[in-house]
Write a protein that binds this ligand. Sequence first.
Ligand code: ACO
Length: 384
Amino acid sequence: MPDDAPDIRRGLEGVYVAQSAICKVDGVEGRLYYRGYAIEELAANSSFEEVCYLLLYGKLPQRAELTQFNEALVKERELPEDIIYLIKALTGKERAIDVMRTTISALPAYDSETYDSSAEANLRKSIRLISKIASIIAATGRFSKGEGYTTPNPQLGHAANFLYMLNGTEPEAEDAKLLNKMLILHAEHSSNASTFSTMVAGSTLADLYAAVVAGISALKGPLHGGADEQALAMMRAIGSAENTGRYIDDALSGKQRIMGFGHRVYKTYDPRARIIKSDLEALQNSADAEVKNLTSIALAAEKIMVERLGKTRNIWPNVDFFSGPIYTALGIPPELFTPLFAASRMPGWCAHMLEYWRDNRLFRPMEQYTGAVGLKYVPMDQRE
Ligand code: ACO
């Protein structure tokens, strides 16, 4: 290939950047595996904590290993006092996702192992990050409602404790179970934009905190993790199931993207969306009128989009589409959707870093220069 005609793959579409044994995304068959286990099995049987272990250590834990891992996570739930003040100071002044990103950036100040790059220290930091990010989001949620910080409850599992810290009351077992499933579904997805960003930053041998902050920055955009909040905003704008068809037709004829649909890899129904669709259907009977209405809009939109773009253009619902009504049913406000996505994806980002650092190579792709060369410098007073 001559230098003046390089093979440019826009958006790195179809480009392989690494080998990995963490996750397989089969975009043709609509299948997803973490460390070889089908997402359907993990979502039905596992806990988020167990999936974190699986992703980080590469195998399902024995009972004693999981107990020890759970204890390590519980121990890391507390936030340094300064961090709680920082969250409080920023909440309301910037978006929750930015509060979270800034706060994660501040955590190294309280971690003596930040610059210890051994695999053991990075595992310990991964556990800290998985645990603390949930506490940070819950605290942001509390402060944004004008309420106080809730101290973590060591008796509760990860999902239940998050809801407890956010809402101040112990959740129903069913709610904790549903959130647990959502966390599992979002925990990992190979080299998507945020994981790749994490890996790019990490490949410079920056520390784990710096690497995941790059991941959070990439996740927040509406073409990636930010789509869940936008999808809910669209459902609210639609207003009722009856309006859905008209709204979508207007949007599509105006060349607008419908958030929560389409995927770079899945050219079929996203298996994660398929799993939560049944939970969404169950919400049709919710006693909460808003949840019931959002659910009916989401189901109507899904049906219309499958006809309009799924069957004809392979643009199917992705996992972000159904999250809104489910999180609303769990008492999670929309500004926390994308932060919660980051909390779910933290084990995936960390697992990728742990794996990539075992055989690190700096990411440094090329770009084709299309500007001029050899221009003569013109002094300021002679410029036209
Ligand atoms: N609504 C309407 N049209 C769409 C949508 C959509 N959601 N997604 C893609 N298209 C159309 C594009 O307009 C484009 O049409 P054209 O060929 O007539 O110009 C065509 O499909 C291809 O789109 P691309 O952006 O080139 O496809 P890409 O592979 O880059 O798309 C993406 C992936 C960015 C996710 C896209 O589908 C999108 O913008 N979806 C909405 C945002 C979203 O839901 N993101 C979450 C993704 S999942 C996740 O990150 C967890």
